[in-house]
Ligand binder design. Structure first.
Ligand code: 5RP
Length: 290
């Protein structure tokens, strides 16, 4: 245990200074091996350094929620527009066409509908992840939760150990509990803990002061979309996140619960990769939905 006496909160984030000593297009990846770099490059575009991940893993704890009742009808048509697909093993093997040729970020921890029991030190066997040729494994991290923090860190640590052996990156997914603050102090803590425990990518939420979260996290940060917002607001969220240093989005409901999900994912893609502002992207969305 570190000496906690006079522990001082960080304040020197220097968000205006670019990352130093980076010889690869993905933050924190310069010293990784070829396999890791190749898999990360399948997720993060080599020209823009960014990604649009489509998340449809919600069913692993929530069952058939809105938009995910029939993956074949609602999600399959969106796959070609995403840079990476994030889903559970059960959905990958049953519902994602094996010739889709998209990198997979596999939900690698075990779900439970009783959230306090989630992820009880169980992650997928690395051999199965290799068999499915995944490009990354995603593991939840419940920082600040007295029941789940240690177990979920153990999961992440284990996945990172296994991933390191075979060149498979790990994405740490920071959870948000009912009683947890959704601020840059919390997300900054959770993101940094994820990276220092072995995550090669961090997925978290956008918040005020997000640029501090990104600056203090030594690996790429992508944002979750969260609950469904009107399309313009969701595009504003994407724009602000990218502007504040996010390396992309890993979005679910704001895409597949839109009435026009194909138009929406293309508009998100333009914000992430082309830097379109939210109003221009919303115009694009309106044009595409016609
Ligand atoms: C939860 C997740 C989900 O994939 C995440 O919440 C993304 O979906 P949405 O954009 O709908 O919030 O990782 O652990």
């Amino acid at each position: 245990m570190a000496d906690l006496d006079d522990l001082r909160e960080g304040s020197r984030f220097n968000t205006d200074i670019a990352v130093q000593n980076q010889a690869f297009h993905i933050k924190g990846a310069s010293h990784l091996g070829w396999g890791m770099k190749d898999r990360l490059t399948r997720i993060f575009n080599a020209k823009t350094g960014k990604t649009v991940m489509l998340a449809f893993d919600h069913g692993f704890i929530m069952g058939p929620t809105s938009g995910l009742e029939r993956i074949d009808l609602t999600i399959t048509p969106l796959m070609e527009y995403a840079d990476c697909l994030m889903c559970s093993r059960g959905i990958l093997q049953t519902s994602v066409p094996a010739n889709i040729n998209k990198p997979i970020c596999l939900r690698a921890d075990a779900g439970s509908t009783i959230l306090t029991e989630l992820n009880d030190n169980v992650v997928i066997d690395i051999e199965d992840a290799i068999r499915m040729n995944v490009s990354a494994m995603a593991v939840m991290l419940a920082i600040g939760d007295p029941r789940m923090e240690a177990k979920t860190i153990a999961n992440l640590f284990h996945a990172a150990n296994q991933g390191a052996k075979y060149g498979i990156p790990v994405m740490g997914v920071t959870a948000v509990g009912k009683d947890m603050e959704r601020d840059s102090r919390y997300f900054g803590l959770a993101s940094r803990v994820a990276a220092e425990n072995g995550a090669n990518i961090v997925k978290t939420y956008y918040c005020e002061g997000f640029s501090n979260v990104v600056a203090a996290c030594p690996v790429p940060v992508v944002i979750a979309g969260g609950k469904k917002l009107p399309e313009l607001e969701a595009l504003e969220l994407c724009y602000r996140a990218i502007n504040d240093g996010a390396a992309g989005v890993d979005m679910g409901r704001n895409v597949f619960q839109s009435e026009y999900p194909i138009a929406m994912i293309q508009a998100v893609h333009a914000v992430v990769h082309e830097g379109l502002d939210a109003n221009k992207a919303f115009e694009m969305f309106n044009d595409l939905k016609k």
